[in-house]
Design a protein around this ligand. Structure first.
Ligand code: AP5
Ligand code: ZN
Length: 216
């Protein structure tokens, strides 16, 4: 199954992706995670991405498209994949269509997690992530059992550098001007399905899973 998750920063794409890939046994492809890994490792890609990510701006399309093209060709994507955070511009969406058609494949589901802008700032500024396994928590909405430590691996939790109030504002503006227009791109292809991302995390997972299994 070839799935795409859409939604503004903080909608819950990463949280839900973690659960859905475990349920369906497909790889999670997050361009945000790929950039953060490259930034931590200090590779040329990471240095380039840092100029943009640290400001809350989108990384240029040619850089981003290259990463996804390479990733989709890896063996573990042959049975399906879940794209999270890509595409984010019309030009990325068109590039994805070309990549998939060259591979004789297509998207099966585009899921948009809908969350009002008023909730997103609180979600993002309270987010904490495990340094070791990448699991996502929230200080209020999804706290770990022990403060500052991951439930799954006991790893240390950290806050993303772009989760400050100022950068979240820029990220939301980027989303509205460049990414939100993609919703009509996928609606026109009759692929878009909306899920209420404001419900409890478990309820959202069940709603997404039901949609993917044709029970929505
Ligand atoms: P990326 O990492 O993709 O960030 P994002 O899209 O801004 O999305 P987030 O990861 O912030 O949010 P999410 O929807 O995954 O929410 P989460 O599940 O964590 O991108 C980062 C940067 O990389 C970009 O700004 C850009 O610079 C660059 N980049 C990436 N892709 C790119 C591309 N294609 N083109 C160009 N540049 C690109 O949840 C958020 C919080 O809310 C968590 O704390 C969670 O616990 C909590 N939460 C989740 N669900 C619920 C719920 N139902 N109820 C209560 N709390 C909840
Ligand atoms: Zn962990």
């Amino acid at each position: 199954m070839n799935i795409l998750f859409m939604g503004p920063p903080g909608a819950g794409k990463g949280t839900q992706a973690e659960r859905i890939v475990a349920e369906f046994g497909i790889p999670h492809i997050s361009t945000g995670d790929a950039f953060r890994l490259a930034m931590r490792e200090g590779t040329p890609l990471g240095q380039k991405a840092k100029e943009y990510v640290d400001q809350g701006l989108l990384v240029p399309d040619d850089v981003t498209n290259g990463i996804v093209r390479e990733r989709l060709q890896q063996d573990d994507c042959s049975q399906g994949f879940l794209l999270d955070g890509f595409p984010r511009t019309l030009s990325q969406a068109e590039a994805l269509d070309q990549m998939l058609s060259a591979m004789g494949r297509k998207l099966d589901h585009v899921i948009n997690l809908k969350v009002d802008r008023s909730l997103l700032l609180a979600r993002l500024t309270g987010r904490r992530i495990c340094k070791s396994c990448g699991a996502t928590y929230h200080v209020l909405f999804n706290p770990p059992k022990q403060e500052g430590a991951c439930d799954k691996c006991d790893g240390e939790l950290y806050q993303r550098s772009d989760d400050t109030e100022e950068k979240v504002g820029t990220r939301l503006d980027e989303y509205i001007s460049k990414t939100a227009p993609l919703l009509s791109y996928y609606a026109d292809k009759a692929l878009l399905r909306e899920v209420d991302g404001e419900k409890e995390i478990d309820t959202v997972t069940a709603d997404v899973s039901n949609l993917l299994r044709g029970r929505g």
